[in-house]
Every structure is written in structure tokens, then in C-alpha cells.
Design a protein around this ligand. Sequence first.
Ligand code: NAP
Length: 458
Amino acid sequence: MTETFDVLDPVDGAVLGQVPDLTAEEALTALDVAVQRQHSWATTPPRERGEILRRAFELVSERSDEFAETISLEMGKPLAEARGEVAYGAEFLRWFSEEAVRIRGSWLTAPAGGSRLLTVKKPVGPCLFITPWNFPLAMGTRKIGPALAAGCTALVKPASATPLTMFKLAEVFAEAGLPEGVLQVVTTRSTGEVTSALLADPRLRKISFTGSTAVGKELVRGSADNLQRVSMELGGNAPFLVFADADIDAAVDGAMIAKMRNMGEACTAANRFLVHADVAEEFTAKLAARMGGLRVGRGQEDGVDVGPLIDAHAVESVQQLVADAVAGGARLVVGGEPDGNFFPPTVLADVAPEARVVREEIFGPVAPISTFRTEQEAVDAANNTEYGLSAYLWTRDLDRTLRLVESLDFGMVGVNTGLVSNPAAPFGGVKASGFGREGGFEGIEEYLDTTYVGISAP
Ligand code: NAP
């Protein structure tokens, strides 16, 4: 009989539920099913695939409160934020329901004449998805939506801390008419072992991973023997640049979103505030006032803005980053001291460029502020990271905007906005933030192979 493991409340460790603890052998049996279903799903009419996705979108939207409660309980984020995640996550199902019917090939006359060059798009085949705990629904739907639209079957392995949401989503898909076995949830405590066994099977054709850069690198290595197609959505270290000509109040509003969405536990979270010296004092004072005014508490309580961090380890690691910055000369403007797994919104000023808090991904509600004088200094500081996921830029100067968009080494740039994620846009990074894009017109390409056909001219 399959063993189970407990899913815990991040506030007090209370048991919220149990999920199967699959062995590698059981996961391979799930892959057998995915392989058996691949052909029939790939040949299901695109409109039918799209309509199943559309029904799933509608069901998730109708049950927004139910999904939000599960997300909030297992992950800790406030209910309002969890509802935001449901709306965002569901949109990937709607977007890709519309893309399913727009998969197309091409027809070209060979430049020298004499033949016709055709391309046909085909689903890559059975996929494995591994998702993190910070967005238990949306990090799954960003992969499931395009895969199902393209005609791929999939196994999805949610983070062990937050698997309950994914089981709920699987129920919704069954109700929406998705044939059994096309999408299966795989939960396990033996994550490395199970994943290795799946990657060692050449019938698995694709892996898409969202999580830390260290695990991503391991998975890329693991995919080498069977040359599976790979998409990697990894860590970030987003700079948030504020120029002297920016609308400072708008920049503070944007900073609250870029920093505090998901309690700072987001790969796109602003990780370093680089502010022109002339406006640094004003920006810091206004940001600190807003951060200090947020209410910290259990995500399910009314009026709470900031929930607990995912576990005690996360609290300790954020605390160490703050202590290191202060030891290096930073000034603690607000926050700083955790209470259990709750970490208060924290602002640090005069942070040195070598402080760990600006070199590492914080994954918590801490805003480190440093200053710059020239545009070149700002660009150099922003690009001085191994990561390249998102960057934010605040200025009213169009020429500067164009220069920076071209010189910032990031997959996504927010201009006068603190939120770049959008299901209709290609989400993804460069450098240690990975490769591949989720969402937008690009998203479905990750799940399609191209067959080229040369035909002699009639
Ligand atoms: P993580 O430790 O890398 O875990 C992510 C997933 O990988 C979980 O499902 C985890 O399973 C699994 N995993 C862990 N070790 C593994 C191994 N050896 N082989 C295969 N799978 C393994 O990351 P996290 O702490 O959950 O998430 C935070 C990270 O995700 C941050 O770096 C953040 O920036 C990144 N992230 C990136 C994006 C993006 O789109 N770029 C979005 C969100 C988050 P278990 O839970 O069972 O250990």
C-alpha cells in the first residue's frame, strides 16, 4: 500500500492533510499511463482540448474562494493574495485554451525553386513538471495549460510543503472532462530519487522546472542522458531602479507590489532597491512608512497583509541576511525582528554592495536600499548578479528607458510598474535564472517539436 506524508500549517505545524508518498516504482507506473495516453490525447481535436481547458478555467474561477483557502492554509499567504493567485493561475488555462486551436506549421517555396518546404508542429510527448511552494496553483497552471493545449500528457510533482492545491486542480480537470491519466499528480518525499528514475526513462520527453537554481542545474544534468527537452524557471535577484526624475509616490506604490507581493517570497520580488542619491531619503522614508504600516498575522484572518514565511528555516535565513547587512554598516529603518515564523516588513538603508542581502535571493519581506549617482553606475550595479529574471525601472525619461531596456541583462523589465507577470506575456529569465518562457505566444512552443517536410515541386 502507498505510504502517505503530512502537509503542515506553516504557522504552527498543525496537520492539514495527507498525500501519497510515492516510490520511484510507483512514479514509473504513472509514467506508463502517461505514455499510453499520449497518442489519444495528441490526436484529440484541438478544439476539444481547448474546451476542456476552458471548462477548467471556469471551474477554478467559480471555486476561487475554495482554492484560495487551501493555498492560504498550506502556504500561509493572506486570503486576498491567494485569491489573486487563483485569478492569475486560472488565466493560464484560459489563455492556452485559446492557443490550442492556433498551433500551425508553414509552407515555403525553396529559394532555388524545385521543392516546397513544410513544417508541422507536434507535441513533444509525456512531460514532467516540478513546481515550488510559493505559488501552489499558478506555477502548475503555467505548465499544464500549454502542455495540454499542445497535446502532451503530464506528471506534475508539486512541492512537498504545498501539494493540496494541485490535487484540487486535478479534481477540477476530471470534472472538466480531461481523460483519466492525461494529467497525474505525483507526490513524494523521495523527490531526488523519484525524479532521477523518471529522467532515466527515455519515454519521458520533457521536463519543466520552477524552483531554485541549484536544483535546476541538477535536473539539467539529469536530463542529459536522454536529452529531454528542458525549461527552467529559476531564482532571481531583481534590481528596482529609481531615477531622480521618477514619480516617487508611484515608485513607492510599485515597490510595495514588487517587494511585498507574496511576502517577498517570489522569484520576481524586488531584491535590491537602487535609488538616485537625490531622492533616496524621500523614497526610503515613504517606503518605510508604508512597510511599517502593514499588518502581520495568520493569512486567514481579516485585514492581514503579511502572512508567515514558509518555515523556520526560511525565517532564520532571512534573519541572517539582515544581520549580515547591519554588521556591514546598513541602517535598520523599520522591522528586523521575527516572531515565530512571522517576519516583519523590513527596510534597510545604506546597504553595502558586498552585503549578502543584495547578492543572494532574499525570499522574504526585506527591502535593502543603496544609492547611485550616474545612469552607468545604476546599470552596472543592476547587472552585477548571476541572475537575470526581472528588473524594475522608474523614470519619466523615454530616452533613458530605451537605453536601459537594451542594457539590462534580464528576461523581463517592468517600466514604471511593480508587476510584470501576465499570462499573455512570455515569462522567463536569462543567465542563472534559466531558459524557456511560460505564457504569451511563446509558452506553447516549449511543448511543440517541429517536423520539416521537403516535397518535390508539382
Ligand atoms: P526548490 O527547493 O528548488 O524546490 C522546488 C521544487 O523542486 C519542489 O517541488 C521540490 O520538491 C523539488 N526538488 C527539490 N530537490 C529536488 C531534487 N534534488 N530533484 C528534483 N526536484 C527537487 O525551490 P523552492 O524553495 O521550493 O522555491 C523557491 C525557489 O523557486 C526560489 O529560488 C525562487 O526564485 C524559485 N522560483 C522561480 C520562479 C520562476 O518562475 N523563475 C517562480 C517561483 C519560484 P520537494 O518540495 O519535495 O523538496
